[in-house]
Design a protein around this ligand. Structure first.
Ligand SMILES: [Fe+2]
Ligand SMILES: [Fe+2]
Length: 165
């Protein structure tokens, strides 16, 4: 569901090398950052439809896909950054990375920088950013509780089944 809108508005992001590379980083549970961002984009579209919210689909989809575009594994310390305050600082990093590759609208910037509200203190200023911050919290909870499972675990279970046969 919603694949059509994702491809229509953000095929360039979906197919880009950097976005594809986020498959390798875990976000929550066993969900990769890439799958998490796609889940957040689809859930945002669902919220838009469910509550009949008039908003820019282009900004909603692109902002949701780029909201966690920090491009590192936040579970692993590295020499440059121990990622201890990842929750506070990753929106700024995501914005910095996204800006290098895409020309962002004010709405997309608001989505990326405010998605961790209330950690960010200043609340979202547009409907699209409110939708994405809500979708992000819902998806993060589902992923952390393993209610929504990622491909990493699905593939592991598949491999176990094959080797058991
Ligand atoms: Fe995030
Ligand atoms: Fe997120």
């Amino acid at each position: 569901m919603y694949e059509y809108e994702l491809e229509k508005y953000a095929n360039d992001i979906l197919e880009s090398e950097n976005f594809q590379s986020t498959k390798a980083y875990i976000q929550h549970g066993n969900m990769s950052v890439q799958e998490h961002c796609i889940n957040v984009a689809k859930t945002s579209l669902y919220i838009r439809d469910k509550f009949k919210i008039r908003c820019s689909t282009n900004d909603l989809v692109r902002g949701a896909l780029l909201h966690d575009y920090f491009l590192y594994d936040w579970h692993k310390n590295d020499k440059v950054n121990p990622h201890r305050l990842h929750g506070f600082f990753h929106p700024a990093r995501a914005l910095q990375n996204a800006r290098k590759e895409y020309s962002l609208t004010a709405i997309q910037i608001d989505i990326i920088t405010k998605h961790m509200w209330p950690l960010t203190m200043i609340p979202p200023m547009c409907r699209e950013a409110w939708i994405v911050t809500t979708a992000d919290k819902y998806c993060s909870l589902m992923e952390t509780l393993y209610i929504q499972r990622g491909d990493i675990q699905k593939n592991r279970l598949r491999r176990k089944k094959v080797s058991a046969n």
